[in-house]
Design a binder for this molecule. Sequence first.
Ligand code: HEC
Ligand code: HEC
Length: 251
Amino acid sequence: MLKSAVLAAVAPVLFAQAVMTAPDSGEKGNDPKQIYTSLCSRCHGADGAGGSAPDLRSPVLFKAPTDGDFMQLIADGIPGSGMPATQGLSITDLKALVRYVRGFSEVRADPPKGNRFMGEELFREKGKCLDCHMLRGKGGTLGPELTGIGRRRTAAQLRAALLDPAKNIPSDYVRMTASMRDGTKITGVLIAEDTFTIRLRDDRGGLHGIDRSEATIQIDAGKSLMPGLRGTFTDAELDNLIAYLVSSTGS
Ligand code: HEC
Ligand code: HEC
């Protein structure tokens, strides 16, 4: 069962310039399918196919292009339309809900045209991708694990992620800034939260436990740490790199 905290409009999650204080949903959060079923399905349909509200299965949602925008859209609703604001969800639950809804758009096969062996070399050498990404057990942890990325993303989605990283940030990597009472600021990605604290990982990998009562927290939708490849990779190189990523379907 959903905890009542999810539905009650206590301690709303606010965005933009506002203070964000989410209630407890435990470190693990609630089941996103249950949240969707209780809060969204009556208008958008059980499987996102739409009903009185739009179909959510499209790979691109025009009003929620990035996951940060999507989280904000859920919290704020769309004023003046039939889309209500949903306040009181924790950040963990919001992220899980966004991931769940994004999952409605199935990954369709669109075979890439590049050469994956040349792509692997670009991945290791010119792109320095391993500085930040793990693939098959090697690499850094600042960015998401890329092993199996070919099962989760289409070639078109990968192209968009490589050309415009800031517009394609997965919900787990949406950045936030905690402004402490003493004036210091900590920016990073959310690792965990509970009633009293949130934990952020900063850009150098340092972990910070932050007392909610000591800080205000803002979402920085659309800020990315990943260098975009526009201009540094030729079209052919980009095709090769994408062919390599698409070929990673293992676990
Ligand atoms: C009472 C009906 C209703 C409920 C409940 C509802 N929505 Fe909506 N939603 C709408 C309507 C109507 C629109 C279209 C508004 C517009 O575009 O002006 C919309 C639009 C959207 C969009 C933008 C779609 C696009 O193509 O860009 C998203 C995303 C969305 N809703 C997600 C959700 C999620 C997630 C939930 C549950 C937390 C939810 N909605 C709950 C009615 C609802
Ligand atoms: C400085 C660190 C850094 C480097 C170097 C880097 N990335 Fe990233 N990458 C990230 C981060 C962080 C994200 C998470 C989203 C964001 O912040 O943009 C990301 C996201 C991605 C995604 C989207 C993953 C998903 O689940 O949608 C892909 C694909 C990707 N990177 C591929 C690459 C490739 C290929 C290279 C090398 C050409 C590369 N990255 C180099 C940090 C980096």
